[in-house]
Design a protein around this ligand. Structure first.
Ligand code: ZN
Length: 410
């Protein structure tokens, strides 16, 4: 049995950047984040039907399968590893088009394989672990929480009725498989055969006092319009509800996991992604935004959120101009993209690691990547000069496939 080479490097995913003084932006390392919670999936098919955000229903877990549910169903399992691995069986009913598996253990958890109802291995971690392309972070044993959404792209094929098996591993801190480890699993399955249009519910929570700062809520609302514009080109619509809170405005870095995020996400519905808008992230303005993981989960975990720093977008004067509002909207679309499964089309650390979308070029230098991918919403940083910033609103067809297959896209 192979040992993981614990250098889980590719974990650096996401984030945004801040402008430096000279207006060249710098980027930073990123990290992904997840968040979300499920409630019971009332139908998200009708945009417009406002979501009520009063958040006090719920902690997760209470909702289970509802055969009449046209959207999301939830199943809970507990498995124990033998020789380091354990199998979760997902009974896919007719009409189910995607599933999200969220696993948690005392050990690090990673995806080993996916086996279809005929018993064939259709995904093996070893096919991707050493690749320079990223399909899902689920294969990296970098956290005690793991999130898998399947299928990822159209190329992975469609789900169909039958027993699908997902083999998970429990891995210790030095990369050894761990026997007798309990893994808690929550599986969301969605019924939504329309991969061309979809609605994503977002619970936007302002950290304490942030929505009372002059200009911030207005800028956020304008930024949300920019985000909607970007998504609309691919048939996606965010349904955003907003609320105030007493959350600390110096936000945690969600990729590291934070109990405060878990506590907040408990009040989000199971078909809702939690977005927290604060002043700073991890004490500074290095990041415009960060997503908890790639993808992020719909249930409450410590990485169940996308966080956004209003101050990083507004710049040194703390006031938004039109360019900064545009970047704020693009940052929301970018971080949500991570949360829904998108990697950067190229990582700026070396320009030698790419996403798994064949329609985003595998450029290999900063100048080429800026030329070829600079307008993509998932480019790792804004691109600005003294004369302004380029718009980053493009989503490739395969990136759109991933967004539409995300289980929270209904
Ligand atoms: Zn990013």
């Amino acid at each position: 049995m192979p040992e993981y080479a614990l250098q889980l490097s590719p974990t650096t995913l996401c984030l945004g950047l801040a402008f430096s003084l000279s207006c060249s932006k710098e980027e930073q390392a990123l990290t992904p984040i997840p968040l979300l919670v499920v409630s019971d999936a009332d139908t998200a098919e009708t945009p417009g039907s406002g979501i009520d955000d009063d958040s006090d229903d719920s902690d997760d877990s209470d909702n289970s399968d509802d055969p009449d549910n046209e959207t999301l169903s939830i199943q809970e399992d507990e498995v124990v590893t033998e020789a380091g691995v354990a199998t979760v069986t997902i009974e896919v009913e007719d009409g189910v088009t995607a599933f999200m598996l969220t696993a948690e253990s005392e050990q690090r958890v990673a995806l080993e394989r996916i086996i279809n109802p005929e018993g064939n291995v259709i995904f093996d971690w070893e096919d991707w672990y050493s690749e320079n392309q990223s399909l899902t972070s689920a294969i990296w044993p970098s956290s005690s929480e793991m999130v898998l959404n399947w299928p990822v792209r159209a190329e992975e094929g469609s789900l169909y009725e039958g027993s699908w098996q997902v083999v998970l591993s429990a891995v210790g801190s030095i990369g050894r498989y761990q026997p007798n480890s309990t893994i808690q699993v929550i599986t969301h399955t969605k019924r939504d055969d329309d991969f061309d249009s979809g609605v994503v519910r977002v619970r936007l929570v302002y950290a304490e006092g942030v929505d009372e700062i002059e200009g911030v809520a207005e800028a956020m609302n304008a930024g949300i319009e920019r985000w909607k514009q970007i998504w609309a080109m691919q048939g996606l619509e965010p349904l955003v509800t907003t609320e105030s809170s007493d959350f600390d405005p110096d936000l945690p870095y969600p990729g590291d996991g934070a109990e405060e995020i878990y506590d907040l996400a408990l009040d989000s519905a199971e078909n809702e992604i939690t977005m927290i808008v604060g002043e700073t992230i991890k004490g500074g303005t290095d990041y415009l935004g960060v997503a908890g993981s790639i993808p992020g989960t719909l249930t409450a975990k410590t990485r169940s959120a996308v966080v956004i720093s209003w101050l990083a977008s507004a710049g040194f004067d703390g006031r938004f101009d039109d360019t900064e509002i545009g970047i704020l909207g693009e940052t929301m679309a970018h971080e949500m993209g991570h949360y829904m499964g998108l990697f950067h089309p190229v990582e700026q650390n070396g320009w030698s690691r790419w996403d798994a979308c064949d329609d985003t070029p595998n450029c290999n230098s900063e100048s080429r990547c800026r030329d070829q991918l600079g307008e993509n919403v998932m480019f790792p940083t804004p691109i600005c000069t003294y004369s302004g910033c380029i718009e980053q609103g493009q989503i490739s067809p395969i990136q759109a496939e991933i967004l539409h297959r995300y289980s929270g896209t209904l």
